[in-house]
Design a protein. Sequence first.
Length: 384
Amino acid sequence: MIASKDTQLALIHIPLHLYRNFLQSILQLLLPNATQNGFGNGSGAVQPPRGWPYEHPFVNISITPVECSIVCSRTLAIELFVPVLNLLDPQSKSQMHITSEDFVVMQVDGEGLDAGQRVLELTSPLALAGISIFFITTYYSDYILVPLRNQAHVVQALEERGFQFEHQTSSYVNSYHHSRKASAASLEVQPPSTPPPTTITELQTRTFATLKRRNIVPTVDSSIRLVQCAGRTDSANGMNQSRNRNSMTSAADDALHLGLVKCLISQPYPKFLSLTLTDTESASLLLDHTLLPNFAQDTLLGSKGDYLTPITLDLRDLPMESTGIVCGVAGRLVGGTTGQVEEPVEMSYLSTARAGTVMVAEEELDRAMEALRGAENSVVSTSK
């Protein structure tokens, strides 16, 4: 598990119209051992890096309808992205942003709660404590990015909520031991005793009031159908061998790298792609189904027919340090879609530098949007 690694992370916002300017930097981030001269051997073939999983503790590359967002170490941000930034014209340079504040990442064991309840359980104590976070759901785990200056406060807030901190791996595990798909109804959420807002309901109200004040509304592009999957590891080699930095990657790893490069070089940019790379697990992907043909058969783990619909919140007009957005939205979907018979909408969440994306099953989209619109309407009625 990964959390609070020595790596200090930077968040990078790249407007979509500048994506091609930074494509080579992104490819270098994906293929750290590739040369800067074409990422190949002269014949156009992609040369994969040595060793897999990834050689850096944590990287996320996300292309959404709002932006291209990168999470990587401060060192890599300076090495790969700042030189390109310095070549941009003044107007373009002002549109691209690299955080000056460092972040740390915490990996959370997903056992114990279904997806939506898990997001709420993890984010509510931090939101109620006034800590700004970024949340990323992947095929294997959940990751929370928090400002480095708040790290000790985050540890305290999560431990008070019943999460255990493993000092050996700097990771959090949930103390509950139900299935990852367990019903949310089996666990009642109780807000922690932290400063105002004092309840999740109050936090939801404030969150949607803020979104309404900034004219931020949930949007859906029905043409985007997402698949959550992961890179298949070569079991014949074994994980220990695949982690050996002195060994070449397996055929499965090579096919995965090639597919990822094909996705990233899509014209003008991938329709939707979120790639999470760590030094302990194979690549985790959330991608539009139209990108699946870029991967050879049996390269990816996961169902290719269970589609998720993204609900996007464009947060470019909000300060990056805004708190409670993830928790407020998750709380509304978990609580606002629960009835006497119905279970809450199962959701996952992707925070990027300037956007938030909620993923729900296609058949659950109407219920999810009704709940989110209901939150907006309640803000209107209470403000009158």
